[in-house]
Ligand binder design. Structure first.
Ligand code: NAD
Length: 487
């Protein structure tokens, strides 16, 4: 199987190679096969990408938002036309089942281009401030060259979620995908050029943790938007703060999903499974601490076990497959170690717990796993695992579960299943997180803001709120009479 791109980087409207960069092997997680060899960006490539973005940005910013938006909407159409091809590439890049990528990856990227393309004309307006004769007005101005750094779980979506608002606000972007998933973002750059985006405005360069700092510390970069783990977020935010750059941090989580005894139990189980096993559990907002009221615990676990054990694990290119491999060997090792810790610390294994035996030995597969009787102090209840491992914890009353749900450094998301409307709102109101769901889980359409609080980050992606993070206000005071100077 081959997925070799024309070259490693996409700069100034074309593919560019520099073989002096360290080799990055793109591995298909289902088989362990090397499907492409790319090179990390050298300092010369970083310079070239930023210089091209800097050159292109002023003319782009001078266009009307409507004209910029039109190009993004064209890109959305192209992505939808190529959904199958892009989804297959996403599956090769990540190992996620085609059943998912075909509905969730290029399509959500296209939604982002369509939404920001559509709101461009109205979303970037300023205001008029009457001052009794004098007046002032504000305008939203772009930041300049923005850097996007991506994680490996949603490579195409992340490339679009950062690119669309940045571009429509009049910025240029240099995007660095995760070294684990280098392929998808290059295609997004190609699509944008085909849609009519002037060259230089969306450049993609490859690299790892050595390359990121070259981008962040570059004097011509105005903003950094990172999707990644909390430790990386701390480093990136600290470097950006040194030069007072704008930052958006989309980081990790250990989110609570609370199931009250009056909840529709099958919906709650469906929400918990989607919120733990979709993308083989590699979703930042997953509700990995499932608090279940003790009164419904045994019924909940019984049905959850049956449904979990019926999930189809296997070849991600088979449309019937529901669980693919983990993204990498290292990630599977990490998750397996957490599973062993769960067993050792006394949690009850309800389903899964190891490597499935129906799949290729070379793939990075892992069984969807459920632990019950998990307590707040266990490692699996405190640390982000980023794999298909659900922890079920018992609770008895509302105040207790809210306090326990909030007892974490993370604050990305959370959810509540209950038939009691007022309780649903009351509980989410007290949960310390950026994105919350009532009677559903993990739905993130482009219309709603997404992002975290506490150690899960700051800034918001999607919705009109994202435009505020890719622009700044300029205020103009207009004097209408003579200046009254006292001297
Ligand atoms: P990671 O933090 O290891 O890497 C993320 C990106 O940062 C990669 O592109 C990597 O090359 C780069 N990087 C690493 N060190 C860097 C440094 N010092 N300076 C600059 N760049 C650096 O994360 P990952 O393993 O790729 O992704 C999984 C993590 O991402 C999980 O914690 C998950 O929760 C989080 N995530 C968050 C969201 C969100 O929207 N909140 C979405 C997806 C994933």
């Amino acid at each position: 199987m081959r997925a070799q791109p024309k070259a490693s980087h996409f700069i100034d409207g074309e593919y560019v190679e520099d073989t002096d960069g360290t080799v990055i092997e793109s591995i298909y997680p289902a088989t362990g096969e090397v499907i492409a060899r790319l090179h990390a960006a050298t300092p010369a490539i970083v310079e070239r990408a930023i210089a091209s973005a800097k050159r292109a940005q002023p003319e782009w910013a001078a266009m009307s938002p409507t004209a910029r938006g039109r190009i993004l909407k064209r890109a959305a159409d192209i992505m939808r036309e190529r959904n199958r091809e892009l989804s297959e590439l996403e599956t090769l890049d990540t190992g996620k089942p085609i059943q998912e990528t075909i509905v969730a990856d290029p399509t959500s990227g296209a939604d982002s281009f369509e939404f920001f393309g559509g709101v461009a004309a109205a979303g970037l307006n300023g205001s008029y401030i009457p001052l009794g004769g004098d007046f002032a007005y504000t305008k939203r101005v772009p930041l300049g060259v923005c850097v996007g750094i991506g994680a490996w779980n949603y490579p195409q979506q992340i490339a679009c979620w950062k690119g669309a608002p940045a571009l429509v606000a009049g910025n240029a972007m240099v995007f660095k995908p995760s070294e684990n998933t280098p392929l998808g973002a290059l295609k997004i750059a190609e699509v944008l050029i085909e849609a009519g985006l002037p060259k230089g405005l969306y450049n993609v360069i490859q690299g790892d943790r050595e390359t990121g700092p070259l981008l962040i510390n570059h004097p011509d970069v105005a903003k950094v938007s990172l999707t990644g783990s909390v430790p990386t977020g701390r480093k990136v935010a600290a470097s950006a703060a040194g030069n007072l750059k704008h930052v958006t941090m989309e980081l990790g989580g250990k989110s609570p999903l609370i199931v009250f005894d009056d909840a529709d139990i099958d919906s709650a189980i469906g929400g918990a499974m989607l919120g733990n096993f979709y993308s083989t559990g590699q979703v930042c907002s997953n509700g990995t601490r499932v608090f279940v009221n003790r009164k419904i615990k045994s019924e909940f676990l019984k049905r959850l076990k049956t449904r979990t054990e019926a999930m189809r694990i296997g070849d991600p290119m088979d449309e019937a497959t529901q669980i693919g491999p983990m993204v990498s060997w290292a990630q599977r090792e990490k998750v397996l170690a957490y599973i062993e810790k769960g067993k050792a610390e006394g949690a009850t294994l309800v389903a899964g717990g190891g490597i499935p035996n129906n799949v290729s030995g070379e793939g990075y597969y892992i069984q969807p796993t459920v632990f019950a009787d998990v307590t707040d102090d266990m490692t699996i209840a405190r640390e982000e695992i980023f794999g298909p491992v659900m922890c079920v914890l018992d609770f008895d009353d509302e105040a207790e579960v809210i306090a326990r749900a909030n007892a974490t450094e993370f604050g990305l998301s959370g959810g509540v299943f209950t038939a009691d409307l007022t309780r649903g709102h009351r509980v989410v109101d007290q949960l310390e997180a950026g994105t919350l769901w009532i009677n559903t889980y993990n739905l993130c359409p482009v219309e709603i803001p997404f992002g975290g609080s506490k150690q899960s980050g700051f800034g918001r992606e999607n919705s009109l709120a994202a435009l505020e993070h890719y622009s700044e206000l300029k205020t103009v005071y207009v004097g209408m009479g003579p200046v009254q100077a006292p001297y």
